[in-house]
Design a protein around this ligand. Structure first.
Ligand code: NAD
Ligand code: WQD
Length: 335
C-alpha cells in the first residue's frame, strides 16, 4: 500500500514507519518537525535499508496537503501528528484545539477531496478519564479530564460522524495506553524536548545521569506498593497494531475504536526495579506528592483488538526496559 504518515518523524510514527517499510509498504511522511528531528527518518531508512519520502509541512496547511496528495498516490493515512503534553494543553487550550482538532479537520477534508478514505487515528486512553474501574473497555463513554483528552474525544466523534455521513470511509481509532521502549537496534527511540513528562524517559535520563533522580509521584495509592499502576506497551508492539489495523481496514465495521495495551498493569516501583535489572544499574528515586489528575490504576481490556485486529502485544516489561535503555545508552543526548 501507499501510506501517508502524518507525524511520522515522532516517537510512535517513526517506529511505525519501520514496520511499514519492512512490510513492503511505500511511505510518505508529513511532519512539521515541531516536536521531532529529521534525523529520526534517516535512522528509519538505515534500519530498513529502504527510502521514504519526507515533506516538511503542517497538517493545518491545506495547500501543502493538496500538493502531497496530488504528487503521491495514497491508499491510506496513518494520522499521528499532534501535540501531546497534557500540562501544556491545560495552559494553552486554544493552541491544542487549533493544532489537534482543526489540523485533523483539515486533513480529513483534504483526504475526502482526493478520494483517500482510509484512516487510522492515534487516540489515547486518556479519553476514558478517571471515573471508570479497569479493565477499560471501548464501549465506556468518553469522559476526558483535560484539553488534550478533549481534543482526542472531539476528533473521535468527528470521525464517527464522518463515517455516518459517508459509508465509503474506513476508519480505525486506536486508543494507546502507555507506549514505552524503543526499536531493538537502539537507533530510534523517544526523544522528548526539555524535562520529560512521562515516566520512562525520566528513568532513562536518570540512568545516563541527565537527571539526578526520578521523582515517583505518590506512594500512598491503594495499590500493593502504594505507587500508580499503568498498562505499559512496547513501541514495536504498538507499531505492529497499526499494521494489523491497516491490513484489516476493509473488513468489519466502517469505523471501529480499539484499545492498544497489554491488558496488564505494573506499578512505578515495579517498572523501576525491572529497569534496574535490564540496565544492570541502580536508578535513584525519591517519593514526591501525587501528580494532580493521576489515577491509581489504569489498564486496558484488549479483547476487541485481539478479535478485530488479530493482534496482541508480545513483548514483556523487561523487553520494554532493555530497549529503552539500549536507545538512551547509545544516544545519551537524544538524536
Ligand atoms: P511525538 O510528538 O513524538 O510525534 C508527533 C509528531 O507530530 C511530531 O513529529 C510533531 O513534529 C508532529 N506534529 C505535531 N503537530 C503537527 C502539525 N500541525 N503538522 C505536522 N506535524 C505535526 O508524539 P508521539 O508520542 O509519537 O504521539 C503520536 C500520536 O499519538 C499523537 O497524536 C499523540 O497524541 C498520540 N498518543 C501518544 C501517546 C504517548 O504516550 N506517546 C499516547 C496516546 C496517544
Ligand atoms: C505513568 C506513571 C505517574 C512521571 C498518559 C496517557 C498515555 C500517554 C501518556 C498520551 C503514573 C508516574 C510519571 C514521573 C512518576 N499520553 N510518574 N514520575 O499519565 O499514565 O499516561 O500520558 O495520550 O496515553 O494515558 O503516563 O508516564 O506520565 O505516568 O512517578 O516523573 O508514572 O504518576 O503513575 P500516564 P506517565
Amino acid at each position: 500500500m501507499n501510506v501517508l504518515v502524518t507525524g511520522g518523524a515522532g516517537y510512535i510514527g517513526s517506529h511505525t514507519c519501520v514496520e511499514l517499510l519492512q512490510s513492503n509498504h511505500n511511505v510518505v511522511v508529513v511532519d512539521n518537525l515541531c516536536n521531532s528531528k529529521r534525523e529520526a527518518l534517516s535512522r528509519v531508512e538505515k534500519i530498513t535499508g529502504r527510502r521514504l519520502a519526507f515533506v516538511q509541512a503542517d497538517i493545518r496547511d491545506r495547500n501543502a496537503l493538496d500538493a502531497v496528495f496530488s504528487r503521491h498516490p495514497t491508499d491510506a493515512v496513518l494520522h499521528f501528528a499532534g501535540l501531546k503534553a497534557v500540562g501544556e494543553s491545560v495552559a494553552q487550550p486554544s493552541r491544542y484545539f487549533e493544532n489537534n482538532v482543526l489540523g485533523t479537520k483539515n486533513l480529513i477534508e483534504a483526504m475526502g477531496d482526493h478520494h483517500v478514505k482510509k484512516l487510522v487515528f492515534s487516540s489515547s486512553a486518556l479519553v476514558y478519564g478517571s471515573e471508570y474501574a479497569p479493565p477499560l473497555t471501548e464501549d465506556l463513554l468518553p469522559n476526558p479530564g483535560n484539553p488534550y483528552a478533549e481534543n482526542k474525544a472531539e476528533i473521535e466523534s468527528m470521525l464517527q460522524d464522518l463515517s455516518g455521513a459517508d459509508a465509503e470511509w474506513r476508519i480505525r481509532i486506536l486508543r494507546y495506553f502507555n507506549p514505552v521502549g524503543a526499536h531493538p537496534s537502539g537507533l530510534i527511540g523517544e526523544d522528548p524536548q526539555g524535562k520529560p513528562n512521562n515516566i520512562m524517559p525520566n528513568i532513562t535520563q536518570a540512568a545516563v545521569g541527565r537527571l539526578s533522580f526520578v521523582e515517583v509521584f505518590g506512594n500512598d495509592y491503594p495499590t500493593h506498593d502504594g505507587t500508580g499502576i499503568r498498562d505499559y506497551i512496547h513501541i514495536t508492539d504498538l507499531a505492529k497494531g497499526h499494521l494489523s489495523a491497516l491490513q484489516r481496514l476493509s473488513k468489519g465495521a466502517n469505523v471501529l475504536i480499539c484499545n492498544l495495551g497489554t491488558g496488564r498493569g505494573f506499578s512505578v516501583l515495579e517498572l523501576i526495579s525491572t529497569f534496574e535489572k535490564a540496565a544492570s544499574r541502580r536508578i535513584p528515586y525519591q517519593f514526591g506528592p501525587r501528580r494532580p489528575g493521576d489515577v491509581p490504576v489504569l489498564f486496558a481490556s484488549c479483547t476487541r483488538a485481539e478479535k478485530a485486529l488479530v493482534w496482541r502485544a508480545e513483548k514483556s516489561l523487561f523487553d520494554m526496559c532493555k530497549d529503552s535503555w539500549h536507545w538512551q545508552n547509545m544516544n545519551p543526548g537524544g538524536y
